[in-house]
Each structure stands twice: as structure tokens, then as C-alpha cells.
Design a protein around this ligand. Structure first.
Ligand SMILES: C[S@@+](CC[C@H](N)C(=O)[O-])C[C@H]1O[C@@H](n2cnc3c(N)ncnc32)[C@H](O)[C@@H]1O
Length: 229
């Protein structure tokens, strides 16, 4: 089984020898890879929708891994019992949905040692929520597929002090690790804020003026970060 760059980066962050849950498993590629490569002891593959879970079942059956991978229908961590898994992967969902999964399943969350999260959007809001709710980001990586960069966070319980708001957008570990894609990542954000700035600079509403100021500040901070790399 050959994984895409994004899924392979996630799989490489899973430590060997633990019980893992893959929440929102869809095709079930990650669970199969983790068992075939003897990374996970056991995987529970969860999906809220029957169609994706059927796809996962087919993949698991094709590889004859039914003894190692269980499939469960349900939302977030609700199909998991407290203490059942050590590692939880939640990939390919929005940052706010990931946050809600944490909020809805506190009893299970409390028994998990490590989360590997790959939010598609609202990454800054997720980092902020994690830092305000006693979670720390212990590692972070960018995975590139085509022209798209995916943010992958390794999270565990503990205190995390974020010094400046810009670090909610550019994870401090990406800078600390000198991630190979960090320049490109920051440049992408600079382009995004420059585009928004151009759109709002000729508008005369209070909201547009606020946005203009916000964009200018972000651009300054991003340029400063880039300069320090
Ligand atoms: C875009 S796919 C991502 C699949 C895979 N995790 C990946 O990263 O390639 C999102 C999957 O999450 C499932 N999903 C959405 N909300 C969910 C929830 N609250 N709990 C469990 N699964 C969910 C969807 O049915 C879908 O199969």
C-alpha cells in the first residue's frame, strides 16, 4: 500500500507498538498501512458515514487484516471506550470539527496519550483552542501534495505558551524544526493577506478598515518571521 505524501507524513508520526484510532477513516488506507508496516498493534477505524466505512471494510478485507483493524460507525471518539487506544488520528477534517470532537468526548480524550491532527481549515483556531485547553503541540510538520501544503500537528496533554498571535497561524514547531516547506508556507500566507488587503483597501466600510489594519499587521508579522528564519 502506497500512501499519499500527506497520509505518509501522518503515518511516520505514529510511534510503534500502540493501539490507534483513525477517526474519519474513509477509505481505511491509514489503518491498513499502520498494520501492514507493523507500526500499530491494533487499529479502530471510525467513520460517521456508512459509505466511507464500507469502503474501509473493503480495503481491510482486501488485505485480510480484519483481525487487526476493527471498523466502527459513529461520530468522533464516541465509538471508542476510555482507555481503548493510546494514539488518535483525526485527518482531513476542519479545525473546528476537530475541536468539537475533543469537546464532545472528554472522557475518552483524557485517556489518550497522543493525537495526530491534520486540519484542512481553521488551523489557527484549533491551535488557539488547544493552547487554551491544556494541550501542547509537541511536533508539527508540513506535507506537500501538488501545490498544497497540509499542516500536521502532534498533540498531547500539557501546557503550551504561545508568545504571539502569529504563532497560531504559523506553528512554532514549524519554525523551530526549520520545516523544509516553511518559507513556501509563509509566502503563501503573505500572498493571501496581500490579496485581501488589495480587495479591502478601496472599500469605505468600518469592517473593511478593520480588515485592512488586520492584514497590514499580519503582513508585518509574517515578514518579520520570515526574516528570522
Ligand atoms: C475528507 S475525509 C478524510 C479521510 C481521511 N481521514 C484522510 O485524511 O484522507 C473525511 C471523513 O471524515 C468523516 N467524518 C466527518 N465527520 C466525522 C465525525 N464527526 N466523526 C467521524 N467521522 C467523520 C467523513 O465521513 C469522511 O469519511
Amino acid at each position: 500500500m502506497k500512501l499519499t505524501k500527506r497520509l505518509k507524513t501522518i503515518a511516520d508520526l505514529v510511534p510503534q507498538g500502540y493501539n490507534v484510532a483513525d477517526i474519519g477513516t474513509d477509505h481505511g488506507y491509514l489503518p491498513v498501512y499502520l498494520i501492514k508496516n507493523r507500526i500499530a498493534k491494533k487499529v479502530i477505524a471510525v467513520d460517521i458515514n456508512e459509505g466511507p466505512l464500507e469502503n474501509a471494510k473493503k480495503t481491510i478485507k482486501n488485505y485480510k487484516l480484519e483481525d487487526y483493524i476493527q471498523t466502527r460507525l459513529g461520530s468522533g471518539l464516541s465509538p471508542i471506550e476510555p482507555g481503548e487506544v493510546d494514539i488518535v488520528i483525526i485527518a482531513g477534517m476542519g479545525g473546528l470539527l476537530i475541536r468539537d470532537i475533543f469537546l464532545d468526548n472528554r472522557n475518552v480524550v483524557g485517556t489518550v496519550n497522543k493525537f495526530i491532527l491534520q486540519p484542512m481549515v481553521a488551523q489557527d483556531e484549533l491551535r488557539k483552542w488547544l493552547s487554551q485547553n491544556d494541550f501542547k503541540i509537541t511536533d508539527e510538520k508540513l506535507a506537500k501534495e501538488g501545490s498544497k501544503l497540509y499542516e500536521i500537528l502532534v498533540v498531547s496533554k500539557g501546557e503550551m505558551k504561545i508568545q504571539r498571535d502569529i504563532y497560531y497561524e504559523v506553528g512554532p514547531k514549524l519554525i523551530e524544526n526549520k520545516d523544509p516547506h516553511i518559507h513556501e508556507f509563509i509566502d503563501g500566507k503573505l500572498r493571501k493577506y496581500t490579496e485581501i488587503l488589495r480587495t479591502v483597501e478601496n472599500q469605505d466600510t468600518i469592517r473593511a478598515k478593520e480588515k485592512l489594519l488586520e492584514c497590514k499587521e499580519k503582513i508585518e508579522e509574517l515578514k518579520e518571521l520570515r526574516g528570522c528564519l
